[in-house]
Design a protein around this ligand. Structure first.
Ligand SMILES: *[C@@H]1O[C@H](CO)[C@@H](O)[C@H](O)[C@H]1NC(C)=O
Length: 283
């Protein structure tokens, strides 16, 4: 009975055992692969694997199979692979269970890793890529696979020939990118290590500049408009500004025909003509 229980316990332990975590920070630098163990991993061994276009499959590096240290000299690749453009990774193994392959990346720059520079502006992030360096010089069959996304979220992939700007970004958030070469739609070489940039807030200076530009635009429209009104619509303005003036009726009660002058004293009742104008004739 006790034996049976122990047996069950052992089977349960084996079944519940998870594969080891991925090795961390797998860096490819000057034909050395280095990594750091995932936290609290014991009895773990590592196996380095590579993938070249020529081979077409992932193979173990013979000198770095089930090793317990955390680096591997892969200088032999230099001669073996065409252009040295191999993909590399390392997996952890414990009790016959293996982790996924943790892909290596290159921080230092290397002919088979794209050189990447990120630049962030308040409303976009640009991934600058060069076509004049490294493997990109091999010709137009070479493209870039960009892994891009918000920090902490799954990245999306974009294929591009040259530099790309991403506009769907939010100010104050971190965005990251990593780039790998594509050759005839096959991934080659080691990806560049993930770089991140924070999207800057539009600064006070920019806001001031925007305000000044807005004022200038308004003035450019308003000044000619005022000038036009002043020069050509003066009469209409005067008309509009005139008060609706009416002479009160009692004004006419005592003074009748204020503008009429009698021509003959003999006939005071005679209706006289209005004087429209008086001409002076020079003698
Ligand atoms: C890696 O191995 C090569 C020979 O295969 C050797 O020349 C080189 O010094 C080694 N690098 C290191 C850092 O051990």
């Amino acid at each position: 009975m006790v034996l049976l229980l122990m047996c069950f316990h052992f089977i349960a332990q084996v079944l519940s055992e998870a594969p080891p975590d991925l090795p961390q920070n797998v860096l490819f630098d000057n034909w050395q692969l280095t990594w750091t163990p995932a936290t609290e991993e014991h009895n773990v061994t590592y196996t380095v694997r590579y993938h070249s276009l020529d081979a077409g499959i992932w193979k173990d590096v013979p000198t770095c199979k089930r090793i317990s240290f955390t680096s591997c000299n892969v200088t032999f690749m230099k001669a073996e692979a065409d252009h040295g453009c191999v993909m590399m990774g390392v997996l952890a193994e414990r009790h016959g269970l293996t982790s996924e392959l943790a892909r290596a990346c290159s921080k230092q720059g290397f002919s088979c890793s794209p050189e990447v520079v990120l630049s962030a502006r308040p409303d976009f992030l640009t991934v600058h890529l060069s076509r004049n360096s490294g493997f990109a010089q091999e010709g137009y069959h070479v493209k870039h696979r960009i892994y891009f996304g918000k920090k902490g979220e799954p990245f999306e992939t974009y294929d591009a020939v040259s530099s790309v700007s991403f506009h769907e970004v939010k100010e104050g958030e971190h965005y990251c990118a990593s780039v790998q070469y594509l050759y005839f739609d096959h991934l080659v070489g080691v990806a560049s290590c993930t770089q991140c940039q924070v999207i800057p807030q539009s600064s006070e200076a920019t806001k001031h500049l925007e305000a000044i530009v807005a004022v200038v635009i308004v003035l450019v429209i308003l000044i000619p408009l005022f000038a036009y009104i002043c020069l050509f619509q003066r009469k209409r303005i005067k008309e509009l500004l005139q008060p609706s003036y009416k002479i009160p009726n009692h004004f006419f009660l005592d003074v009748r025909h204020p503008y009429r002058i009698p021509i003959s004293s003999n006939s005071p009742t005679e209706v006289c003509d209005d004087i429209a104008s008086v001409d002076f004739i020079k003698q």
